[in-house]
Design a protein around this ligand. Structure first.
Ligand code: GAP
Length: 447
């Protein structure tokens, strides 16, 4: 059965524990922009690293790229964004709130019931100008997707890496869209991050690569902990297809507000390379060495949102358990994603214990993000770590001074084992990479 958590619980946890804050909060906030706090930034980095590892590091048919946000304005004409990247907008004649007309269920303003204006198209790209003079010729745009930076570097990558088809280029970076309606926390914002792959293939093999990437990307989420039943793939109808797409599937997640897009997989055909060749006047052909023919590769594009992934991983990991009189809130985050891997907890603040605990803390920090916590009861400290998804707590007690052993306590089962301090790092390394804990799997892919 698919499961859903309430959004308020996630928002409240994120705020309370320093995952995510509203942007510019002391000035009253800036609508639909978010700041990642000390734990949020770790979670987000771990997601991006996990993605990069799976799609670049572990493959020999993929390379990475990091292109600029501001690009030649002609790129957006070639890509179709100047003409077509718009949403239909209506304005309420009474309260002047603006709405996407295709989101509305009635002909009146959802806020005050007032009469709405005729619908007009509203381009979603943010404009700014380059250089000191603000004039038409200096207009540039904040990129609404990272993909175009990859297309315009296709020849550069080809020439410098000697990659042959099929191969892909991956990029992670910020994108900006002046969305009319935002909301659902970090789900739809105006500044967000994307993780995009443009995979170049021989025409005719595109269907098989499309199927491959759809499966591959679904599996990535499952491997990192998302429950299968909370994911689905959904084909775009003809009417929904973007102007560049021959075929598109969304990978949807069951967010608190319902099923919604987490990632899109599109078959972009040769649209982008043809357009950029036409507008730049540069050849973006590929010489097929077998047939000695010049071809224009087709592109399969798995395009994921970093912020939506953060939200999906948090929602899926969130859990509440009855523990004696209390409710234990915990995040079952995959160890790879957990912001803090280990917490070091001395049982008391006595000097001798602190000295041992601080030495362990300094040692473990060489390997992972580790927290040291000596405030309040040990039970409370465990709860604090459970709530942020820390897989292991290491407790140093008075016995440790005598037998040079410490206790490792595991988040999900609360089981404990006693291990020699000199083997602690090796044991934690093994457990964090999936070795059994107390004969229980530390973390299993939930079906
Ligand atoms: N290059 C293709 C492309 O940009 P998209 O479906 O418009 O396709 C890809 O965007 C992904 O980017 C989405 O699946 C979503 O995860 C993320 N995304 C798009 N708009 C967003 C927004 N306003 N806020 C947060 N994430 C967004």
């Amino acid at each position: 059965m698919p499961t859903k958590v309430e959004m308020e619980k996630i928002v409240s946890l994120c705020r309370r524990r320093g995952f995510i804050f509203p942007s510019s909060e002391i000035y009253g906030g800036l609508s639909s922009c978010w700041d990642y706090g000390p734990l949020g930034v770790e979670l987000k980095r771990n997601i991006k690293q996990g993605w990069w590892r799976a799609v670049v590091q572990e493959r020999d048919d993929m390379v990475g790229l990091d292109t600029s946000i501001l690009m030649h304005p002609q790129i957006w004409t070639a890509s179709g964004h100047i003409e077509g990247f718009s949403d239909p907008l209506v304005e309420c004649k009474s309260c002047h709130l603006r709405w996407r007309s295709d989101d509305l269920e009635s002909n009146n303003c959802p806020s005050c019931g007032g009469e709405l204006t005729e619908s007009r198209l509203f381009n979603l790209m943010f404009k700014t100008s380059m250089g000191p003079i603000e004039e038409e010729a200096s207009t540039v745009y904040l990129r609404p997707e990272t993909a175009q930076g990859i297309f315009v570097n296709f020849q550069n990558v080809l020439n410098t890496t000697r990659k042959r088809l099929p191969f892909g280029i991956a990029q992670i970076g910020k994108a900006f869209r002046n969305e009319i309606t935002t909301g659902n926390f970090i789900f739809r914002s105006r500044e967000f991050e994307q993780m995009e792959i443009e995979f170049f293939v021989k025409p005719g093999t595109d269907k098989e690569w499309f199927d491959y990437w759809l499966k591959e990307r679904l599996n990535w989420y499952v491997k990192l902990g998302i429950k299968k039943e909370n994911l689905r793939s959904r084909q775009h109808t003809k009417r929904e297809l973007a102007h560049y797409a021959r075929e598109c599937y969304d990978i949807d997640y069951l967010f608190p507000m319902g099923w919604a897009e987490l990632e899109g997989i599109a078959n972009r055909g040769d649209f982008d390379l043809v357009q950029h060749a036409k507008y730049s006047g540069k050849s973006l052909n590929y010489l097929d060495e077998e047939t000695k023919e010049h071809i224009i590769p087709y592109i399969i594009e798995p395009s994921a949102g970093v912020d939506r992934s953060v939200l999906a991983f948090l929602c899926d990991a969130y859990d509440e358990e009855q523990d004696k009189e209390e409710i234990r809130v915990l995040l079952h985050l995959h160890p790879t994603l957990a912001p803090i891997k280990v917490a070091v907890l001395p049982l008391s603040r006595r000097e001798k214990l602190v000295a041992v605990a601080k030495t362990i803390y300094a040692d473990l920090r060489q390997c992972w993000m580790v927290q040291y916590d000596d405030a309040q009861s040990i039970g409370r400290r465990y709860r604090r770590q459970d709530e942020i998804g820390t897989p292991f707590c290491v407790t140093i007690d008075f016995q440790s001074l005598e037998d040079e052993q410490v206790t490792i306590r595991e988040r999900d089962t609360m089981n404990q084992i006693r291990v020699p301090i000199k083997e602690l790092k090796t044991i934690l390394t093994a457990k964090l990479s999936g070795e059994l804990f107390d004969n229980q799997p530390l973390w299993t892919t939930k079906s």
